[in-house]
Design a protein around this ligand. Structure first.
Ligand SMILES: Cc1ncc(COP(=O)(O)O)c(C=O)c1O
Length: 416
C-alpha cells in the first residue's frame, strides 16, 4: 500500500481562500461605476486604503499599488534612481520578471548563483559585483525567506541598495518582521498564483519618501497630477510608465489582505508538522532555511545528495504515490530558471540600437550563457519540491512524511 492514500489537494491559494467577501467587494463597487477610477479626488479609494493597510500590516513606510509585480519592481528600481549605465545583481533562480524589471529601467541584470537555500548565495553576490553595480535583488522563492542578513551585509559593505522581491513571499517574515521592511525597497505580486491575489496586481514598498515620489512618477505619466504634494522644489517630476491599478482589483485585494495572517497560520503549521515527522535524512538534505519561523509554509523542498540519489528518491517516492520531479530536469522550460530566459540569454532588444545591452552608457562587460551558473543548475536538478496550500489536512501532511521516510529507507537499502 503506497504511503499516499488520500489525494493531495491541488489548486492555487485563491481557489482556497476566495468566498462571498471578495464577490461582495467587487459587486459593491460595480454598483457605483463613478468610483471605478482610483484618482477621482474626494474620499480615499480602495487603492489608497490598501496601501495604508499594507503599510500598517507590514511596518513599511510607503506603498504604491500598481498593476503587476513586474511593474512594482520597476517602480522600486526607478525610485532608487537605477537606470542606464548601472547593473543590478539578481538570482539565477527567480521569475524572469525580476531581471526584466531591471531591463525595463534601462539597467543590466547580472546573475548570481543560488545555494541550498534556493535563494541568493551571498558569497557569489560579492564575487559578481562590478564598479557599475547599484543594487542587489534578493528573491524569496515560494515563500521561503532567503539569507537576508548575509546578503544585506554584502550590500552594505559595497554601498549597494538592497531590494527584496517578495512577489512569491507575501506574509513571509525574517526574524519576526515582514520580509522587505528593512531594505530600501520591496515588491509584492498579487497575480493569480500568489498567496493573496486580485487576479493581477502588484505593490511597490519604499523606505525613503523621495524614492517613493520617483516610484510614483514611474507608475503613471501624470500621476503627480493626482497624487500632489509628493514632489518638493528640488525634485523634478518625470513621465514614465502606465502602471495604474484598477479599483476593482484593489477592492478584492483589500479583502484578501485581511485573510493573509489566517492563511499563514495554517500553512506554517502544516510545514512544521511535516518537518517534525521526518526521520533523519540519508539520501537528501532539507532546503536550508535561514529563519524557519518566518517561512510562509507554501513549499517544501528536499535536495538529493547526488544525481543518482535524486533519481532513486524520485522513483521511490513515485512508488509511494508522491510524484515529484526535480525542478531543473531539461524538460519543462521553467522561466524561473535563468537558462530558460531566452530573451535575456540572447540579449534581445525592442530597439535597433540594442538597448540596454549595447547602451554606450554601460561600461561593464556582458557575458550571458546558459551554463553561466552551474551551481544553480546542479542544485535545482537535485531539488524535489511540493507546493502546500491551506487545504492540506494533517492526514495529507503525515502521509507525505511517511512517503519520504519510506522512500529514503528503500533507497538506502539499495532497492532503487
Ligand atoms: C519572484 C517573482 N518576481 C516577480 C514576479 C512578477 O509578478 P507579476 O506576474 O505580477 O508581474 C513574479 C510573478 O510570478 C515572481 O514570482
Amino acid at each position: 500500500m503506497p504511503a499516499i492514500r488520500h489525494p493531495l489537494p491541488s489548486g492555487t491559494m485563491c481557489t482556497c481562500s476566495f468566498d462571498e467577501r471578495e464577490v461582495e467587494a467587487a459587486t459593491e463597487l460595480l454598483r457605483h461605476p463613478e468610483r471605478l477610477f482610483r484618482h477621482r479626488g474626494g474620499e480615499p479609494t480602495n487603492a489608497d486604503l490598501f496601501e495604508k493597510e499594507a503599510c500598517a500590516l507590514t511596518g513599511a513606510a510607503h506603498a504604491l499599488m500598481v498593476n503587476s509585480g513586474t511593474s512594482a519592481l520597476s517602480c522600486c528600481l526607478a525610485g532608487l534612481g537605477i537606470g542606464p549605465g548601472d547593473d543590478v545583481i539578481v538570482p539565477a533562480y527567480t521569475y524572469i520578471a525580476t531581471a526584466s524589471a531591471v531591463i525595463n529601467v534601462g539597467a543590466i541584470p547580472l546573475l548570481a548563483e543560488v545555494d541550498e537555500s534556493l535563494g541568493l548565495d551571498p558569497a557569489d553576490v560579492e564575487r559578481r559585483i562590478t564598479p557599475y553595480t547599484k543594487a542587489v535583488i534578493l528573491t524569496h522563492m515560494q515563500g521561503v525567506p532567503g539569507q537576508v542578513d548575509a546578503v544585506r551585509a554584502v550590500a552594505k559593505k559595497h554601498g549597494l541598495y538592497m531590494i527584496e522581491d517578495c512577489c512569491q513571499a507575501i506574509g513571509t517574515r525574517y526574524k519576526g518582521e515582514y520580509c522587505g521592511v528593512h531594505s530600501d525597497a520591496f515588491a509584492w505580486s498579487l497575480n493569480y498564483y500568489k498567496t493573496i491575489t486580485c487576479g493581477e496586481g502588484g505593490v511597490a514598498f519604499l523606505a525613503d519618501e523621495k524614492a517613493f515620489a520617483k516610484a510614483v512618477c514611474q507608475s503613471d505619466p501624470a500621476n503627480l497630477m493626482w497624487k500632489s504634494g509628493l514632489i518638493d522644489e528640488n525634485t523634478q517630476p518625470f513621465s514614465k510608465g502606465g502602471y495604474r491599478i484598477s479599483e476593482l482589483s484593489a477592492a478584492i485585494a483589500r479583502v484578501q489582505l485581511q485573510k493573509l495572517e489566517g492563511i499563514m497560520e495554517i500553512t506554517r503549521r502544516n510545514k512544521k508538522r511535516l518537518i517534525a515527522a521526518l526521520d533523519k535524512p540519508q539520501n537528501y538534505i532539507l532546503q536550508v532555511v535561514d529563519d524557519p519561523d518566518g517561512d510562509a509554509g507554501l513549499s517544501f523542498a528536499i535536495i538529493g545528495k547526488t544525481a543518482a540519489q535524486t533519481k532513486a528518491m524520485t522513483a521511490a517516492l513515485a512508488e509511494e504515490g508522491l510524484r515529484v520531479g526535480s525542478i531543473y530536469n531539461e524538460g519543462f522550460p521553467d522561466r524561473h530558471i535563468y537558462a530558460y530566459w531566452d530573451s535575456i540569454m540572447d540579449q534581445n532588444s525592442w530597439s535597433k540600437a540594442g538597448y540596454p545591452w549595447k547602451d554606450p552608457a554601460y561600461k561593464g562587460k556582458l557575458s550571458f550563457s546558459r551554463d553561466m551558473c552551474p551551481r544553480t543548475l546542479d542544485i535545482l536538478s537535485r531539488c524535489m519540491r511540493i507546493g502546500l496550500n491551506t487545504r492540506f489536512t494533517d492526514e495529507n501532511i503525515d502521509e507525505i512524511a511517511e512517503a519520504i521516510n519510506t522512500a529514503d529507507a528503500a533507497v538506502t537499502a539499495g532497492k532503487y
